[in-house]
Design a protein around this ligand. Structure first.
Ligand code: M6R
Length: 592
């Protein structure tokens, strides 16, 4: 899960690649580097710092063929030597790589022991450059393809040879997209680096490579056979990847949600039969997902089981794929993923296919690996999500769950009511943002050392999402729990210094949650209450109250999560954290 961007054309590619790397930093930011190809020389510039340091180092350099990389470390600590690009022993070849080469150790050993190759870094990636050198006899493309037959694992690779005016790239398991614009070409992990130059793209498929030369581009399979690929047009513009006056992408993405949830249901809600998921003979749904997408899947379980009476199982993709799940051909396995690149989710879907299940995706990024692998499903159309902490993708995923519910539900009256409610949601989201001041409450609690988040029923996964948001961007320990479980252990953590955020909606479990609040209050715990109706009990028990607009039960997670996102954001900001790029994380976890 690193970021790759390359330029081939007539203008100076340096600002394009550097700007592009900045946009791809959400994929990793442990180190950065680039390679310039000029008159039979490769010039490498790299840093153990972030792209901003690379920009300072590269100041004034120009080249018409440039390839850059921003790294999320897997093999070898984040330092200068391990930063990409990596070069072959004779410095004739430079590569950047996203993914993991699983057999790198044996390849490295063979090259070292049998052929006296020397290695410089601790990375798995360096072996790619060395192998190309090993196979090179004057034909760069042939050596590149031979290298591809040797490596195992996941990769998006871009390579340059000092004596060839050519960019070669290949994909297996890690995304690469080619941008084309009147004789100039871009290659990147996603289209954001070149959106202002072209919206015409080709998403490379699994086991495809591309060769870019002055005469144009060619897409081939790994055996070198040409493949005709359709050029697609990206449906969003440059504004969707800019901060537009917000201090952080996360904040911008939080405030975009009235619009993004509408984008998710627009065009589908009144044409539900257009959803491209085969539902005949499906007896059970299994969601596979990770992180925030896992919590959205749990919300989906609550909705689908209660409203459409379909058995639903939700699995962490990383557990599912290694535990020999009991699957039947009548199971529909649905991958839920913002990026569409999460390695565990992708592999879970491949496993389900192998075991003869139907598969589908609820995915944000169009053309992503999971979307392609599934071949059917719902695109949530939240637009590019750049903040590492997922926000707008979560609410859109819950809209998608509701669409699935409408699609599968057999009661026309129920469906009509739910559709009406969904259509009113954007206005309710706007109303919440206009009226509630979460910042002041967040700042009051910014020095707390530990937080609990409690909810029951459909609000239980939302409580876990609230805790995840807070810990990943503020680094403050937090736990999300089903409120009824509190007395089985976590209540021991409650004292006057522990704030508990309660999600309390006026529904079937309202009185139960009030009892749980009483239990916390009697142990002097502080209570922040998120509710959709002010009641005597809530006023009496809460230290702080955030009021959200009333919505149907199926839609409460969407309204309830908004204050939790803002709460996490403002606490992290008040503590001076790097909100869009929290430590140790990356946006697309395309490695195991
Ligand atoms: O792209 P995906 O939805 O498959 O990603 C899954 C998780 O990696 C992701 O939700 C992660 O937990 C986020 N950092 C949460 O904010």
């Amino acid at each position: 899960m690193c970021g790759i961007v390359g330029y081939f054309g007539e203008r100076n590619g340096m600002p394009i690649v550097l700007q592009g790397l900045k946009r791809l930093e959400y994929r990793g930011y442990d180190s950065a580097g680039l390679v310039l190809l000029k008159e039979n020389t490769l010039e490498i510039i790299k840093t153990k710092g972030k792209v901003s340091e690379l920009i300072a180092l590269a100041n004034g350099r120009e080249a018409k063929i440039v390839v850059g990389h921003t790294r999320w470390s897997t093999h070898g600590e984040p330092n200068y030597i391990n930063a990409h690009p990596h070069t072959s022993m004779d410095n004739s070849i430079a590569i950047v790589h996203n993914g993991i080469i699983e057999n790198h150790a044996e390849l490295r050993k063979e090259l070292q022991e049998k052929y006296n190759f020397t290695f410089r870094s601790q990375t798995d990636s360096e072996v790619i450059a060395q192998l190309i050198q090993f196979f090179y006899k004057g034909d760069f493309e042939e050596a590149f393809r031979k290298m591809l037959t040797k490596i195992e694992g996941a990769f998006g690779i871009v390579a340059l040879h000092k004596d060839h005016k050519q960019i070669l790239c290949a994909r297996k398991g890690s995304p690469l997209v080619l941008g084309v614009n009147n004789g100039e070409f871009f290659i990147a992990s996603d289209p954001s680096p070149f959106l202002e130059y072209t919206k015409e793209v080709i998403y490379l498929n699994e086991k495809q490579m591309a060769s870019i030369e002055e005469t144009g581009y060619k897409i081939k399979d790994f055996n070198g056979f040409n493949i005709e690929m359709e050029i697609e047009t990206i449906p969003f513009g440059i504004e969707s990847i800019q901060k537009q006056g917000f201090e952080h992408f996360m904040l911008k993405e939080i405030y975009e949600q009235a619009e993004t949830i509408q984008n998710c249901f627009r065009g589908k809600i009144r044409h539900i039969e257009n959803i491209s998921i085969k539902k005949e003979n499906i007896k059970r749904i299994i969601f596979v997902s990770c992180g925030t997408s896992y919590y959205a899947s749990l919300v989906g379980k609550y909705i689908l089981e209660k409203s459409s009476h379909i058995p639903v199982v939700v699995e962490y993709a990383s557990e599912f794929r290694y535990r020999h799940p009991m699957l039947y051909p009548t199971d529909l396995v649905i991958a839920v993923s913002q990026s569409g690149e999460t390695a565990d989710t992708l592999e879970a879907i491949r496993l389900a296919k192998k075991l003869s299940c139907s598969v589908a995706g609820i995915v944000n990024v169009t053309g992503s690996s999971i979307a392609k692998e599934c071949g059917q499903g719902i695109y949530v159309h939240a637009g590019p999500e750049i903040g590492v902490a997922s926000t707008k993708a979560f609410t859109s995923q819950i809209i998608a769950m509701n669409l699935l519910n409408v699609y599968l539900n057999k009661d026309p009256y129920y469906r009509a009511e739910l559709i009406e409610e969904l259509e009113q949601l954007p206005e309710k989201v706007k109303a919440f943002f206009k009226t509630q001041d979460v910042k002041a409450i967040a700042e009051k609690y910014k020095d707390s050392k530990y937080f609990m988040f409690m909810g029951r029923d459909i609000n239980y996964p939302v409580a876990m999402e609230g805790a995840l948001k807070l810990k990943e961007i503020s680094y403050i320990p937090a736990e999300g729990y089903p409120a009824g479980e509190m007395k089985h252990g976590p209540i021991a953590l409650i004292d006057e210094n522990t704030p508990t955020v309660f999600l309390v909606t006026k529904d079937t479990v309202y009185t139960k949650v009030i009892s749980n609040m009483e239990e916390v209050k009697s142990r002097k715990g502080k209570i922040i209450c998120i509710c959709n109706e002010m009641t005597e009990e809530i006023e009496r028990l809460s230290d702080d109250i955030i009021l959200i607009p009333k919505v149907r039960w199926e839609c409460t997670p969407i309204l309830n999560v908004l204050p939790l996102q803002l709460f996490a954001y403002h606490i992290a900001n008040a503590n001076g954290r790097e909100i869009d790029q929290p430590r140790n994380l990356a946006k697309a976890v395309s490695v195991e």
